[in-house]
Design a protein around this ligand. Sequence first.
Ligand code: PAF
Length: 282
Amino acid sequence: MIIFDKQTEVKAYLKPFLQDKKTVGFIPTMGALHEGHLSLMNESLKNNDYTVVSIFVNPTQFNNPEDLKKYPRTLESDVEKIKTLNPKIIVYAPTVDDIYEGKTVSKSFDYDGLEFQMEGKHRPGHFDGVGTVVKKLFEIVNPTNSYFGEKDFQQLAIVRKLVQKNNMSVNVVGCEIFREANKLAMSSRNERLSADERAKAAIIYKTLAEAKKLFATKTANEVTKRTEKMFKNQSLFELEYFEIADEQTLLTCKRKSKNKKYRAFIAVFVNNIRLIDNISLK
Ligand code: PAF
């Protein structure tokens, strides 16, 4: 299996394939790989001549230094997982310096307002960090297709906007949320939960599923208020936000419109570990 840690080497390796009009599928990750990441890789393997996975814990997208410090770093086992899935996958696992070249700062991006909603309100600077690293990675790998999970639905919308605004040629593919047996959305952060917390975190998806049912007959505001009230009685979980928003603009739904698609979004703290999830309300 080929593992690169220098952008110059990945670029040089992929160049002849791209000149030959081969397709390259790309999955950017921060490691601590789980089944959700592997499903993105499978999607890429099915649809491209080559698949590249990057493993890089991007410092500029963490608004909370403690979260960055505690983010799981498991390069060896990540590489093993990829090798077991398919040893032909090309891995790019750079150092901070290889990506940021001595200047570990974000660029500032305008995503037409998508950045000011939900995660943007609670994680200042997060989407500038994501945009900075994803743009750099796209410039290095030059992918034909790039795969992102819908768990980070706002990130997916933002990456699509980034590509559109910068006239990049990559096709951004959104993939369904991969869930654990109790329907908890798969996330690298789940590794930090105790067995008990992980089992009880089933409440997050349960809340979303209930919200979906309620939204058929209630207003977005009513569903939101009920959800907030329910979380007030939870000792293990602290609700950061619950929002029903338009899938396109990510603006909070004030009044339902038949022509719009809505999604419920949630962010919850379990013992200082932040988990997010969402569900289509179609
Ligand atoms: O979703 C993630 O893991 C990260 O935000 C990404 C897209 C790899 C950028 O660092």
